[in-house]
Design a protein around this ligand. Structure first.
Ligand SMILES: *[C@@H]1O[C@H](CO)[C@@H](O)[C@H](O)[C@H]1NC(C)=O
Ligand SMILES: *[C@@H]1O[C@H](CO)[C@@H](O)[C@H](O)[C@H]1NC(C)=O
Ligand SMILES: *[C@@H]1O[C@H](CO)[C@@H](O)[C@H](O)[C@H]1NC(C)=O
Ligand SMILES: *[C@@H]1O[C@H](CO)[C@@H](O)[C@H](O)[C@H]1NC(C)=O
Ligand SMILES: *[C@@H]1O[C@H](CO)[C@@H](O)[C@H](O)[C@H]1NC(C)=O
Ligand SMILES: *[C@@H]1O[C@H](CO)[C@@H](O)[C@H](O)[C@H]1NC(C)=O
Ligand SMILES: [Cu+2]
Length: 624
């Protein structure tokens, strides 16, 4: 304190008054942005015991936690020291008034080329759990991601009073929230995304096979013998397998996917283009997984146990996973950064791109296993991490923790409570937010397979990638196209303030996690069969009561379409405010579907042009 000037001291004081002290978060003078510098490099690492080339951020994988107080200005300086064009997207951040910092090459910026730097500026206008990741090609699969946490502003109403009324326990929960721990869940491959993309273009097949599940960038390869695989094979998997067997990576072999391709796509699969190690050739590794130490200190007397808040982040490439912390019934308290009325759960279904904030209470000191099991049909894939709970003065129970789920994510007993995220999750407080009862427009689009099972269409057509720029054209944000309605673009005029998106998925499709940039959306409903109505109001008049929820729907940025059967369509209806001018992507968050063309662009209120700051309008590669 001795060296602090008086004005510095006042700024410090006001910052302290405004925001409760959060461990590890330095004070930023009032009104100044909180700045992070991220250096992207391409180096060798072995997250699951197998060494490969991958992205690191500041020498780390996953990238460092970006932590803010709600309301703060944000400045993120990204230096690209890798050999690839890239960009950084802040998944789930609404980018209110800063569409130029959304990080989508070809749409909101030109890619950050090797040797160049780019500064993202935005406001942390929401609180909760998010993550940053590359939006170029499938670089997420090369490890270019990291967590973002925005601590709620003082006075924010929180749902913890519905869990306990004990003031000391509540204080302990508040403390746990301030010290929240990210759990980034990933599915990992040994082949680089660039090599995989090349193979995919030649094989005309989606490569539904991974090497491991990693938690916070750590895991190991688990190979199963046919005897071990047998009891874990699901009916859906049997359907894909026919008379084939799972590979040593426990994947439906490429031949099985080729047979599917023959049934539904005109462009034939070419299996000989697939190197054998992509689907087969498994070698078990025994790398240590992530271990998170949770310690109850002597002075920590608020609660007889220890409350911990985890931010579960679906930094996945493909798989949908079931997550369960042995012996602990957690509470789900937020979805995609929005508080909900707490939902108790022993196991949680996590879809690619979604986030859940969960609260756990530890009583017995013990090493608890966190299990992560893929539930998708094409592969048996699982991993784990450990929560090492120690309490001062108490011996640690050395018995292994008892699982609630198996390697396929199925409950092992009938009392396991599963939260699948598909049904009611009430906003907290109940009147926190609500969709408009009326909309100004309804846009109906279909999505599904394209000409091969490596190509995916949104509104009839696969959208060509603009990941390496837009030819010689400026990014769309700098040259918006008024009124454009085509296979790749939905233009919502400025007059429209609320809009419905009706997505119909063609038969034979897996669930698609739909992610929208900019404003979050309300999930009004989903179902199997066609959606023949032209508006939600018409649908509501004919569908059974409750099929469309306008009262308390989930507010999210990622939600999954129902799996369609081989003969029927399925549908998903999203209602979204279009009051945030910009050029926003709507896309499937499965990397292979996105790289296969499953995306569209929403121009929100761009008809009058957008006043892009000179810094972004005139951006050219800045040397570091
Ligand atoms: C597997 O089934 C396919 C047809 O679905 C058939 O052509 C092939 O001969 C069968 N293979 C074996 C080993 O039974
Ligand atoms: C299939 O892939 C192999 C290996 O890349 C290539 O040599 C062959 O020409 C391809 N066949 C067809 C029909 O494209
Ligand atoms: C899993 O849970 C369901 C629903 O409670 C139950 O019917 C089923 O028997 C459980 N599975 C096992 C193996 O106990
Ligand atoms: C747009 O999609 C339709 C199918 O919905 C297709 O017939 C048409 O060729 C596509 N247009 C372009 C320009 O690709
Ligand atoms: C990288 O981006 C620049 C600018 O858009 C583009 O001209 C170049 O072709 C891209 N490089 C690669 C390897 O795609
Ligand atoms: C889908 O593409 C067609 C052009 O094929 C276009 O007329 C229509 O407006 C698009 N639909 C939406 C919702 O943008
Ligand atoms: Cu998809």
């Amino acid at each position: 304190m001795r060296f602090l000037s008086l004005s510095g001291f006042n700024a410090l004081k006001s910052a302290l008054l405004l925001a409760p002290l959060v461990a590890g978060l330095a004070v930023v003078p009032h009104g100044q942005p909180r700045r992070y510098d991220l250096a992207l490099t391409w180096e060798k690492r072995a997250p699951d015991g197998y060494e490969r080339d991958m992205f690191l951020v500041n020498g780390q994988f996953p990238g460092p936690l970006l932590e803010f107080h709600e309301g703060e200005k944000v400045e993120i300086f990204v230096e690209n020291k890798s050999p690839y064009n890239t960009s950084i997207h802040y998944h789930g951040i609404e980018m209110l008034g800063t569409p130029w910092s959304d990080g989508v090459p070809g749409l909101t910026q030109i890619p950050i080329q090797p040797g160049c730097a780019f500064t993202y500026r935005w406001t942390a206008s929401q609180h909760g759990t998010y993550f940053y990741h590359s939006h170029s090609e499938s670089q997420v699969n090369d490890g270019l991601y990291g967590p973002v946490v925005i601590h709620p502003a003082p006075g924010t109403e929180k749902p913890y009073g519905l869990i306990t009324e004990d003031a000391r326990e509540l204080k302990a929960i508040e403390k746990a929230e301030a010290e929240r721990i990210p759990l980034l869940i990933g599915d990992w491959r040994h082949m680089t995304s660039e090599a995989e993309l090349e193979v995919s273009r030649n094989s005309h097949i989606e490569h539904l096979c991974f090497d491991s599940i990693i938690v916070n960038g750590k895991g190991n390869v688990n190979c199963l013998t046919p005897e071990q695989q047998q009891p874990l094979i699901t009916p859906g998997q049997l359907g894909l397998l026919g008379n084939l067997s799972l590979t040593s990576k426990s994947c439906v072999p490429a031949e099985g996917l080729a047979a599917l391709s023959d049934m539904i796509a005109p462009v034939k699969a070419n299996i000989s283009a697939i190197p054998p190690d992509l689907f087969g050739e498994c070698a078990t590794t025994t790398t240590a997984g992530e271990v998170i130490a949770v310690t109850k200190k002597k002075c920590d007397t608020l609660s007889p146990g220890k409350w911990v808040v985890f931010d579960v982040i679906g930094a996945l490439s493909l798989h949908t996973v079931m997550i369960s912390l042995d012996e602990i019934r957690t509470y789900v308290v937020a979805i995609d950064g929005n508080y909900i009325s707490p939902i108790p759960a022993d196991a949680l279904l996590l879809v690619n791109g979604q986030r859940y904030t969960i609260l756990a209470h530890f009583v017995t000191p013990k090493k608890y296993t966190l299990r992560v099991s893929a539930v998708s049909d094409p592969q048996i894939l699982f991993g784990h991490a450990t929560i090492d709970y120690q309490a001062h003065g108490q011996p640690q129970d050395s018995s292994p923790s008892v699982p609630s789920i198996n390697e396929r994510g199925m409950n092992l007993t009938s009392d396991v409570v599963i939260f699948d995220g598909m049904h009611a999750a009430l906003p907290f407080p109940a009147d926190a937010h609500k969709p408009s009862a009326d909309v100004d427009a309804t846009y109906k689009v279909t999505m599904g397979f394209g000409r091969s099972i490596a190509e995916f269409v949104f509104n009839g057509t696969a959208r060509p990638s603009t990941d390496n720029g837009n030819g010689n054209a400026l990014p769309l944000l700098l040259s918006p196209q008024p009124g454009l309605q085509d296979n790749h673009t939905i233009t919502v005029p400025s007059e429209s303030s609320w809009v419905d998106y009706v997505i119909q998925v063609t038969p034979g499709n897996p669930p698609h996690p739909i992610h929208v940039h900019g404003r979050h959306f309300y999930v009004l409903g989903s179902g199997v069969g066609a959606f023949p109505w032209s508006t939600v109001a018409e649908a509501q008049a004919e569908l059974p009561a409750g099929a469309i929820n306008l009262n308390n729907p989930q507010l999210r940025d990622t939600f999954v379409t129902p799996a369609s059967s081989m003969t029927e369509l399925s549908w998903l209806v999203l209602r979204r405010a279009s009051d945030n001018e910009g050029v926003w992507m709507i896309h499937c968050h499965i990397q292979s579907h996105l790289q296969g063309g499953m995306s569209m662009v929403i121009q929100d209120g761009t008809d009058g042009g957008i006043d892009v700051p000179e810094e972004y309008r005139a951006y050219q590669c800045k040397a570091q």
